[in-house]
Design a protein around this ligand. Structure first.
Ligand SMILES: [Zn+2]
Length: 182
């Protein structure tokens, strides 16, 4: 559980609300889980950002495999959602979707797009943006990479541990099952 392990972390799981690309509530609760190595790195990253008055906000973390299957049913397009035959880094507890916030206000820093915008604007290679937005995206990327995460070229918010598919198995524990493991 990322909270309270990282006390300052802001959690805003979009799939626990209707405010996501499927328009449906997909998570039974808004609790963010990740593998321990991910949690330890996020804690270090957040501590470093805190020194500059910033912090991480988590849009998504561990995602039960059943949810990936459900998303695939709703949006049957590999550009938008992971094909269940492969699973995603989120199913392995090895990926997170994050942005930067100001600690004092909780306000999100300006980024190229909202979360789960599947247009070209969300790509790291898209640079027709203001200097402020470019700087914010670069700050998130350099900070995450400095601590060992790898980025995804098509989603500025997505970061995972390297070689996640080889190192971590797919998990299909529900949030309720995870809660009872603690
Ligand atoms: Zn992601």
């Amino acid at each position: 559980m990322l909270q309270p392990f990282i006390s300052q972390l802001v959690i805003d799981l979009k799939y626990a609300t209707k405010n996501n690309f499927t328009g449906r509530v997909l998570y039974t609760e808004a609790t963010a889980y990740a593998r321990l190595p991910v949690a330890i790195l996020l804690k270090k990253i957040n501590e470093q950002l805190n020194k500059a008055g910033l912090g991480l906000k988590v849009y998504d973390a561990y995602r039960p495999y059943q949810v990936t299957k459900k998303m695939w049913k709703v949006v049957h397009d590999e550009r938008y959602t992971a094909n269940p035959t492969k699973g995603s880094g989120h199913n392995r507890g090895a990926a997170v979707d994050v942005t930067l916030v100001k600690i004092s206000t909780g306000e999100e820093l300006a980024m190229p797009t909202a979360f789960d915008d599947f247009s070209e604007k969300a790509h790291h290679g898209y640079n027709n943006l203001s200097k402020e937005v470019l700087d914010n995206r670069a700050l998130l990327k350099t900070t995450m990479e400095k601590f060992g995460f790898v980025s995804l070229s098509t989603e500025w918010w997505h970061y995972s541990l390297p070689n996640a598919a080889d190192r971590f198995e797919l998990l299909d524990l529900s949030f309720n099952q995870l809660k009872h493991l603690n």
